[in-house]
Design a protein around this ligand. Structure first.
Ligand code: ADP
Ligand code: ZN
Length: 258
């Protein structure tokens, strides 16, 4: 007997759901407001002196509500309070040297064990050496390292052009935020000065230390697969600069989230 092949359609059935007796409640509306999303993340910010890390850190802090932890700030605080650690660190900081790794790891460890760091934090200025990165790995798991970079020309321009008011502390820049009258504060009329570690010779030293000691961290985090680079050659005063940076940071965060 020959087999008959029957060609036909298989109908796509639509399932009919039984209506329940309960009246449906209006579904809850969930709005996506990125400003309120707390990415509970542990982030490191890398980048040469003068790249504008502090500025980007303030954007991230505002948007993601992550505590901003700067070892430079921690040392300045410890020195102001005259703690034993502050006194030891002062010697090195005054010379423009890096503070030894053991002291730096100690101050950082104390800070990130505070309750506000439980759900994540952003580190600025730490780690600065490979041994510091290794010590950090023993304390906690970092999820993202953002490397801000710009051309050397831009870096030198940013670092060399900064002027600060002696009286009120306002910050100006010879290229990006020129005072109306040279050497004089727009706000209070005070005299403008250049930070001692932003003089050309010291800038050279700081960049040298950065290249020798800190730049190898890029490879360290690249190997872990968590390094993301953001190029920031654009003018900080350009319209939408902040939004553009935050978009890139969002992308970086998304790309490492599981
Ligand atoms: P910068 O203006 O160079 O970014 P910071 O404010 O980050 O400086 O730090 C000021 C000083 O504190 C540094 O020059 C260095 O002596 C010390 N310091 C800060 N962070 C570290 C670190 N991770 N390791 C060693 N020394 C550090
Ligand atoms: Zn002033």
């Amino acid at each position: 007997m020959e087999k008959q092949v029957i060609r036909g359609y298989s109908k796509i059935k639509t399932k009919s759901y039984k209506k329940s007796n309960k009246t449906l409640k209006t579904p809850k509306i969930i709005t996506l407001n990125t400003k309120n999303i707390k990415h509970k993340m542990k982030i490191i910010l890398l980048g040469s002196p003068g790249v504008g890390k502090g500025t980007y850190a303030s954007f991230i802090k505002e948007k993601y509500k992550l505590p901003h932890i700067s070892t430079g700030d921690l040392f300045r605080e410890a020195m102001k309070n005259g703690t034993p650690l502050g006194k030891k660190a002062k010697e090195y900081i005054d010379r423009g040297d890096l503070v030894p790794d053991d002291l730096t790891v100690q101050i950082l460890k104390e800070r990130i064990s505070k309750p506000d760091c439980e759900n994540g934090f952003m580190l600025d200025g730490f780690p600065r050496t490979i041994p510091q990165a290794e010590a950090l790995d023993k304390i906690t798991k970092i999820e993202l390292a953002i490397n801000f970079f710009a051309s050397e020309k831009i870096i030198l321009q940013r670092l060399g052009g900064r002027r600060i008011c002696k009286k009120c502390g306002a910050i100006f820049h010879l290229v990006n935020k020129k005072p109306k009258k040279e050497g004089v504060c727009d706000i209070c009329g005070g005299e403008l000065y250049q930070r001692s570690d932003e003089m050309p010779e010291i800038i050279k030293e700081r960049l040298k230390t950065y290249h020798e000691k800190t730049k190898p961290l890029e490879d360290y985090y690249k190997k872990k697969g968590i390094l993301r680079g953001i190029m920031v050659d654009a003018d900080i005063n350009a319209p939408n600069f902040k939004e553009a940076i935050l978009d890139k940071i969002d992308e970086a965060i998304e790309s490492v989230k599981k």
